[in-house]
Design a binder for this molecule. Structure first.
Ligand code: BGC
Length: 432
């Protein structure tokens, strides 16, 4: 196996999301969703109220992140903790997050704060969440609260995690709350969220500037896939693949990052085209093969993870080019990782995906591995493992996996040596 050097200046980190790791009986829509019995059978025996117990264990988790040598850490703040009710700000929750952020900074870790990662407070969900343009003001008020209380500690923000996934999973019959099947709502929700992002982008900059900071960076985390025709020579399938790519991600990238609203998205408040991101934030996991629009098919001959998603490192380059071509801003890979329940090919996955960054010509500034610790995988609970660090949910203990040790050495060296590759990857194999 060959070694490689990563681009100078590329910061390496890991990512998590509050609801997926914290635990607690928090009044948000995923907690309610679980209580309604909406999770998959795989989730049985685990609970979002426990998750990885990070709310109690945050100090140890940040110590672990620091021990891995993370240069930056992407985490989210739970809206329902900050505003459990519409007109309340829970100062205790604010203090808790401030302590955590201050602690990571003391350890030299640059915080990247995600404002919204799939979960809504129940009060907001009951009001129709992002289905209604008039609800944008509640989100923007929350954004104001975030900057007000955390703006002195944090310069880098992700407004929304994967708005495209949020809208499709929740409103196109994919099992996320509110569990609807209504394509008009998918369009509306995405259009409202794009408007919220644009306004939040401006607001965060404005507020931090008024606080005397000139280093603010704001963007979204767009879920991107590589798309391909199932039959590579089928012109029809190629067109369907291109259409899927446009509908799922490129059109969203244009709306959120550039303020360009094209069909089927709606420009609900006459936003002007412009630049509404300081980085091109993408989450990349896999490739989808397509026969007709909306398909997410895999081929039997391709390597897959324990979720059955194809492992296709080259797709990272394809998505980076595509998104950079739209926004023109340096790429931040905000999530990339693999469901590997036995940690038997995660190191190889990391090696293969970082190798793409070692040779790319696209400017790339950050890479966040998903995830720092094993976490609550939404519909599948704790049964699917993405962590560099294992969590024993019964005892609450953590242990760094082999892949975590590999990642630590990569961060230290700024790449992979031939000797490291031999030592870590000799036994690693993807399965079909
Ligand atoms: C989401 C994460 C999730 C990961 C793996 C991403 O789409 O942002 O919350 O855990 O995929 O499924």
């Amino acid at each position: 196996m060959k070694g490689y050097r990563l681009p100078a200046g590329l910061l390496l980190g890991a990512a998590t999301a509050s609801a997926q790791i914290e635990g607690g009986n928090v009044p948000h829509n995923w907690n309610s969703w679980e209580k309604l019995g909406k999770l998959h059978p795989e989730a049985v025996g685990t609970s979002i109220q426990e998750a990885a117990g990070h709310w109690k264990n945050w100090k140890e988790d940040i110590d672990i992140a620091s021990g891995l040598g993370l240069e930056t850490y992407r985490f989210s703040i739970e809206w329902a903790r900050i505003q459990p009710k519409k007109d309340i700000v829970d100062r205790g929750a604010v203090e808790h997050y401030r302590d955590e952020i201050a602690y990571m900074k003391e350890r030299g870790i640059i915080p990247l704060l995600t404002i919204h990662h799939f979960t809504n407070p129940n009060w907001f969900e009951r009001m129709g969440a992002f289905e209604k343009p008039e609800n944008a003001r509640y989100f923007l008020k929350y954004v104001g609260i975030i900057v007000n209380y955390f703006g002195d500690l944090v310069s880098d923000y992700v407004t929304f995690n994967e708005p495209n996934v949020y809208a499709l999973m929740g409103y196109a019959g994919q099992g996320f709350p509110p569990g609807e099947m209504n394509l008009f709502k998918v369009r509306r929700v995405l259009s409202v969220m794009a408007g919220c992002h644009i306004r939040a982008y401006e607001k965060i900059h404005r507020m931090r500037e008024a606080m005397g900071y000139g280093d603010t960076r704001v963007g979204i985390a767009l879920h991107m896939r590589a798309f391909a025709a199932m039959k590579p020579f089928s012109i029809m399938q190629k067109e369907m693949s291109a259409l899927s790519q446009y509908m799922f991600q490129d059109n969203c990238a244009r709306a959120f990052m550039n303020g360009e609203f094209r069909f089927p998205l709606e420009n609900l408040a006459k936003f002007r085209p412009g630049s509404y991101c300081d980085f091109t934030g993408i989450n990349y996991y896999t490739r989808s093969h397509v026969v007709k629009p909306g398909d997410d098919l895999t081929r039997s001959q391709d390597p897959k993870n324990d979720y059955g998603w194809e492992i296709y490192p080259q797709g990272l380059e394809e998505c980076m080019r595509e998104a950079f071509g739209i926004s023109g801003k340096p790429v931040w890979i905000l999530e990339n990782g693999v469901c590997d329940n036995t940690d038997s090919f995660r190191s190889l996955y990391i090696y293969d995906h970082l190798a793409v960054l070692a040779r790319t010509k696209v400017p790339v500034e950050r890479y966040y591995h998903w995830s720092l610790i094993d976490n609550f995988e939404w519909l599948d609970g704790m049964s699917k493992k993405f962590g560099l660090v294992a969590v024993d949910t019964e005892r609450g203990t953590r242990s760094v996996k082999k892949s975590g040790r590999f990642y630590r050495e990569i961060i230290r060296f700024g790449g992979v040596t031939e000797e490291m590759a031999d030592r870590y990857l000799a036994e690693e194999r993807y399965h079909m």
